[in-house]
Design a protein around this ligand. Structure first.
Ligand code: PMP
Length: 419
């Protein structure tokens, strides 16, 4: 084990034996990434879907600068602070009223872990410990920690770790934009009926499943699923780690729907993408079940950086921007360009499918059955880089998910490069 070698960085989701040496970046501004050598790339995927307004947004940079010299970090179990209070206040103004209990952590995976643990213990606290099963969907992706992997669909991402994962009911679903509503709902309805007495909850990425292939769901399917779960009193977790903060053309994906989730996971764009932070938001009923004179009923979860004041200040600044600017027009403009350009592309190139939801557009190419292992994506990504556009396809699924400050010219350039 003691082989000598030079220090090096082990990069995420990277086959280090094959990956080219990464380029060092020096700066970023709005939709542009700028290298040490001054080469510019359009960040067409918002740096793993986190940057929503744009890189180095002045209001967020200013909020971070102000906060960092005041209070950098404090343990959140014994103290609170204004940045956290301000954040829950500004989020309460945009979230539906029942969702007003905020549990902090630091990334999307932990927001999901918290949601799962919260519901398991919620039922235990109510004396229903037989409820320990979750329903999830087979193209879902909820993160890289053990709980989040357990509820994610089985894939190359989870295959090596399957012995670590707990049992979850993963129901089949539709995948392509031409699949019927029933393909998205029927396996779920069957599982719900069959296992209703053991269920702790249902977890879903509403409207668009991200890493599973940018799969856009028919709204009607979510209506059916949501109302069926509500009717049986099974809590619904919405993992809006990717869809939150405008990606689907509304501030949250559930804003397109006629019902609210019982638990909501937020991260990525929560701070405008500037710093790590996440929230698991629930309602009074779930929160109340943890209140007791018995300490064993409290929630046994908390990370060192829970509620970090600098991240909270960044998140408040970002949330306020959504109230100050009319983003709906910006989102619409991005959707319209995607719509026009994907049609034009489909006339020239045979696509297996193309999907559009708000600011997210996915083009599924023929991968000869290779899925995520297809080399097509890597090749396209390299070529696009040379032409000044940063894309990171999911295997053969090429997608755009740009920051909202992308200019029309930059977005058209991205499509030109794809074309
Ligand atoms: N949920 C969803 C829907 C995601 O897309 C992701 C990350 N891509 C996660 C959870 C996990 O987030 P993180 O990478 O911050 O742990």
């Amino acid at each position: 084990m003691d082989k000598l070698s030079t220090p090096s960085i082990w990069r995420p989701f990277t086959q280090m034996a094959m990956a080219p040496k990464p380029e060092d970046l020096a700066r970023a501004k709005n939709a542009l990434l700028i290298s040490q050598q001054g080469k510019e790339y359009i960040d067409a995927i918002s740096s793993w879907w986190v940057i929503n307004h744009g890189h180095c947004q002045p209001e967020i940079v200013e909020a971070i600068a102000q906060q960092v010299s005041q209070l950098d970090q404090v343990l959140f179990a014994n103290f609170c602070h204004k940045p956290a209070q301000d954040l829950i206040q500004s989020l309460s103004e945009v979230l539906p009223q029942p969702l007003n209990k905020f549990f902090f952590s630091d990334n999307g995976s932990t927001a999901v872990e918290v949601a799962l643990k919260m519901l398991i213990q919620y039922w235990q606290n109510l004396g229903e410990s037989q409820r320990h099963l979750f329903i999830s969907f087979d193209s879902s992706y909820h993160g890289d920690t053990v709980g989040a992997m357990s509820v994610s669909g089985d894939s190359l991402f989870t295959a090596s770790y399957k012995e670590m994962l707990f049992q979850v009911l993963k129901v089949q679903q539709g995948r392509f934009s031409y699949d019927s509503v029933e393909t998205f709902t029927e396996p779920f309805l069957e599982a719900l009926e069959k296992h209703q007495d053991q269920l702790a909850g249902v977890i879903i990425e509403p409207l668009v499943q991200g890493a599973g292939g940018m799969i856009v769901w028919p709204k009607e399917a979510l209506e059916v699923i949501g109302h069926a779960a509500k009717k049986k009193n099974i809590p619904l977790i919405f993992d809006e780690v990717m869809t939150g903060f405008g990606r689907t053309g509304q501030l949250f994906a559930f804003d397109h729907l006629s019902f609210n989730p019982d638990v909501l996971c937020l991260s990525k764009g929560l701070t405008g993408g500037s710093l790590p932070l996440s929230l698991t938001v629930c309602d009074q009923t779930i929160y109340d079940s943890f209140l007791s004179q018995d300490k064993s009923k409290m929630f046994f979860h908390g990370h060192s950086f829970t509620g970090n004041p600098i991240s909270c200040a960044a998140a408040t600044a970002s949330t306020r921007l959504f109230s100050q600017k009319d983003y709906s027009l910006i989102w619409k403009k991005i959707t319209n360009i995607h719509q026009e350009r994907r049609q034009r592309l489909a006339e020239k190139v045979p696509l297996k499918d193309s999907r559009l939801c708000g600011t997210i557009c996915a083009l599924e190419l023929d991968d000869q059955g290779l899925g995520y292992s297809s080399k097509l994506g890597d090749e396209l990504s390299m070529k696009a880089r040379k032409m000044g556009v940063f894309l990171r396809p999911l295997g053969s699924i090429l997608y755009l998910l740009p920051p909202y400050s992308i200019t029309e010219d930059q977005l058209h350039k991205t499509w030109d490069v794809i074309e």
